[in-house]
Design a binder for this molecule. Structure first.
Ligand code: CTP
Ligand code: MG
Length: 383
């Protein structure tokens, strides 16, 4: 596997992303908490790749620097009006700086490159001057017209992806003599009568072209985290008993600065744990009079909102309430409903359980109630 000599990847990122829309070119848009170009560059760390060169649009220097951060890369090359021109500028810049033996020409918009595709392309280059990743077409294909046109035989057709791998001098020569228009470099190579080998592509290389592609990728890049919460409040005469957002008739209530809803507090801490954002006391200090008697619904909503602002999705909440009395069973579903409303989740994703401690310890003696909670949340990796 691999090649002798110098293998350079040329990443073209000089487009304007007009089909995605918005003011920011798509290669600088954040997906999974990071600019698309940063993902593209990070997926190119591979033992057979010696250098990564990025082609950017004129005036995109600041966006580029921000996207690349502290990744050590040679200075970017300025692209042109069309993708083809951007590639040409890149190849010429590499040639002017001493050239290379092999080049992989890659779209920043296909950021999520599996290493196995690089291996397959470089293997193919040992016997061929050019190699591209392709995927079969699974949909029925037909000519487009006002009403549906003739069906096209799909087994004669493949979808062509990038990176596209070439011997460097071969593709440079092909670009220099090419006069037409081309959406990829295999077309330029074929116009120069160069045989282009194919290797299996990968669905992960799908190009991000439309806004919904970004939404889908954002979703796919979420990673699961868990947060843990625990709280205790003591019983006292003359207090109300709030548990899981319900006012429960009981001879005693729980004492606390707020409404002392030990169940909501445990879940709030579990959600804050997801974010590494301290605990409920950091957000709502007991010393602050404005939280005296406050409904703990506020605390839970606050934690849920912080998660939402960071692009997180709460998947599941599991709570255990530890007490001898009152009996929790009759109230479980109402508590689940409260959580479901506040967190905007179906009730099936909320679990409320209860246990006694067999009359042992402070809960066993009826001195107070404890609650434990675990939250499972999908978050963008970098948040
Ligand atoms: N590209 C480039 N220079 C251009 C045009 C495109 O380097 N003048 C790059 C894009 O940045 C992208 C890749 O070529 O990484 C594939 O092009 P495409 O997906 O069409 O991106 P855009 O041209 O930016 O998007 P659109 O066509 O929707 O405007
Ligand atoms: Mg384009």
């Amino acid at each position: 596997m691999g090649t002798n000599g110098k293998t350079v990847v040329l990443v073209v990122a000089a487009g304007s992303g007009s089909r995605v829309g918005g003011d920011l070119a798509k290669q600088y848009r954040h997906v999974g908490g990071r600019p698309l170009l940063a993902h593209a560059v990070d997926r190119l760390r591979h033992p057979s790749i010696d250098e990564i060169r990025v082609v950017i649009g004129p005036g995109q220097e600041d966006l580029y620097r921000e996207a690349i951060g502290d990744r050590a890369l040679p200075s970017p090359i300025t692209g042109g009006e069309t993708r083809q021109q951007s590639v040409r500028n890149g190849l010429e810049a590499i040639a002017a700086e001493g050239g290379a033996t092999h080049v992989l020409i890659h779209d920043a918009a296909r950021a999520f490159l599996p290493a196995a595709v690089i291996d397959r392309l470089l293997d193919a280059l040992e016997a061929s001057e050019a190699a591209v990743p392709v995927l079969p077409v699974t949909d029925t294909l037909a000519k487009a017209s006002e009403t549906l046109g003739e069906t096209v035989a799909r087994d004669e057709i493949v979808r062509v992806q990038t990176p596209q791998a070439f011997r460097f001098d071969t593709i440079l020569g092909a670009h220099r003599s090419f006069t037409g228009e081309a959406t990829d470099d295999a077309q330029v190579a074929r116009a120069a009568s160069i045989d282009v080998a194919t290797v299996p592509g990968d669905p992960a290389l799908e190009k991000l072209t439309f806004p919904e592609d970004f939404r889908r990728m954002d979703e796919a890049l979420l990673v699961t985290r868990t947060g843990l919460g625990f709280d205790v409040h003591a019983f006292a005469e003359g207090e109300e008993l709030w548990l899981g957002g319900l006012l429960i008739p009981h001879e005693k209530g729980l004492k606390g600065h707020s409404d002392a809803d030990v169940v909501f507090h445990a879940v709030t801490d579990a959600l804050l744990g997801i974010l590494g954002a301290g605990d409920i006391g950091d957000h709502f200090p007991p010393s602050d009079p404005q939280w005296r008697g406050a409904s703990s619904t506020l605390f839970l909503k606050h934690a849920a909102q912080l998660i939402e602002e960071k692009g997180g999705r709460v998947d599941h909440i599991d709570v255990t309430i530890i007490c001898e009395a009152p009996k929790i069973g009759p109230h479980k579903d109402a508590m689940r409903g409260n959580f479901a409303n506040i967190l905007g989740l179906p009730i099936s994703r909320i679990s409320v359980k209860a246990t006694t401690t067999e009359r042992l310890g402070f809960t066993g003696r009826g001195e107070g109630i404890a609650a434990q909670a675990i939250a499972t949340v999908r978050m963008p990796e970098d948040q």
